[in-house]
Design a protein around this ligand. Sequence first.
Ligand code: GLA
Length: 730
Amino acid sequence: MNTLPEPALPSSPTAPRRRVRIDEDSGTVLLRTARSAYVFRVDRAAGTVRHVHWGAPVPLADAVALPLWSENDNSFAGPWDGTEEYPVDGGARFGAPALEVRFADGSSPVEPRVQDVVLLGDDHVAVHLRDRTRPLAWQLHYRVPSDGDVVERWTEIAHTGTPEDGDVLLSRYACAHWPLPQRPDWRLSAVHGEWSAEGRLQRSGLPFGETTLGSRRGHTGHHASPWIALDPRDTGEEHGEVWVVALASSGSWRISAQRTAAGRTGVLVGEGHEGAELNLRPGGRHRTPVSPALYSSDGFGGASRSFHRHLRAHVLPHAQELRPVLYNSWEATWFEVSEENQIALARRAAAVGAELFVLDDGWFRGREDDRAGLGDWTPHPERFPRGLRPLSDEVHRLGMAFGLWVEPEMVNADSDLYRAHPDWVLHLPDRTTTELRHQMVLDFSRSEVTDWALGRLRRLVTENAVDFLKWDFNRSFTEAGRHAGGPDARRVHIEHARGLYRVLDQLRAEFPRLRIEACAGGGGRVDVGILHRTDQVWTSDNTDAVDRLRIQHGFSQLYPARVMSAWVTDSPNPLTGRVVPLRFRFHSAMAGVLGLGGDLTRWTDAELAEAAELVRTYKEIRPVIQRGEQFRLLSPEDGLLTAVQYVEDDRTVVLIWRPSTAYGPPQPPLRLRGLEPGARYRDEDTGREWSGATLMAFGLPLPELPPGDCASALVRLRRVVSAARPEPAA
Ligand code: GLA
């Protein structure tokens, strides 16, 4: 046993060197993140892995001595319920299990035994378990990525038997169970929504019992997002404890929080919804996706920033690369695209400063509207008689990158692809095949389908010098099974997304400079899994700059501005009819990856000039927005004002919006965050200087906003004298 005292844990987010510590005698494993600890103990006698602690740092010397939680002793209690790292269905366990199976003889109970604890590196440990008598084994994996607060967990499940044992059906196969500490009360935060109204933040008390969020749609969904946060009800935006659990997967999913009268609370997280079973043949294995989770003692804002840092450091490809200002033609020309009108838009877009031009839907054969064409990815012969290359060349000549909209996972019945391969879509022979938006889903769990998609995309990208794909997905699954049937016919709910990942991974490997925007009718497939393979996401089809503030507020809870694509479009807004000044529209979209999406050929010269000036401003503040730490100063959910602050090194940007005005007391100064108290900050537009301490304690006197509704402002501050690095006297 290691009896040396633990070195003090650093308070700054730098990585401790050994992130996994094992005490062999007690079977205790301590995972150390930059600012938290996660402790579990292998209980060989009970044949299970018991949770000990997840929260503020504790030294190993204490971790080994911490008592295991115990249940009231009565014949109705499960002695380990809520305290296991991976509860199975079997024995005296009455909570929802992480692992539930049906063996070939129809029986279910699992009887775990711990085999081994295996250190797989400084940052990775696995616990190997198996059933006492049945041919089933599973490994619990824990990894602690460097420099952050996240612990990643996943599970590998294997059928270890022979053909005589028959198959094992998995009806629950969670990535992890995340037990939480005992607190008097709990509150749950999550987002809900629908198409064009994604990311609505909801916070409510966690009821006793099981509260489940999920998707049965084959994609993550607009209606929810695969993460939840739990706090002890006294947490605020910038103070208090928060536990965040997420899932890196883009298919159907399920996250449930369980709370018992015995004071236990935990979160089960996994892919697949109730009834989406997996069949393991002898020798078969299943590896779940990763569930990243973190503890923060700095409130909801601190938890978001910590998760953003994790995504930037470990998940996003090319996270340090600044995303370009794009122009997208969808709201300008809808399906009526042509070489001529796209070139006209491209010229205007280049003139206002766009760096990437994206040709949206309508460019391919048969695509007059949304009734035909999906699947036939060759240029529309009348609209692009010379193919797409002349447009692509012109866009490049204008100094922009060329992007193209595709929806490779879908097909219209009216397409050559469907006529040739009607069996490639999700369907069942004796069920009506449901069409939504007149389209059907291609079954990406089949390799012949993904091979076809890869071949088409490869050609499109090569022939048209495509630099960027907007990858869309415009409907949910129906009739999602296999006509071959079988016990796990519904595994397509998770296997489709894995097929999609294979195509994306292969495409990126073949075209390392290609960048991809994930889209599913806006934000219908935003999750940590897709963000590992794409560069940004189309946040919502709702481009109303006021509605966006709420959508962006919800988005920012887990995902950083660096991936949040936002366009300035026309006014009145085509969806809501709201009239919004250009400056407000820009300020709203500048909070993420700025893009333009209006019909620039109808904008006046004055509007184009103002747009060009605002694009220039955005490029100047872009590193702060896209790489900085984000502080949600005022939420759009309450009050007249909404404000977000970004901090990167010596620079700070504050965006302030007042969507609608009302008579009332003057607004108080805006208390900033994340500054150096001893440093001075100069307002780059007015030249006024304030100390960091003043800006955080008293606040930034509000800049004057124009009168009326939809008023906004942008403030840029730069540190002029740093307390840490004082400037020499002149
Ligand atoms: C989806 C996308 C839109 C647009 C259309 C094209 O709805 O979210 O941005 O690309 O498809 O059909």
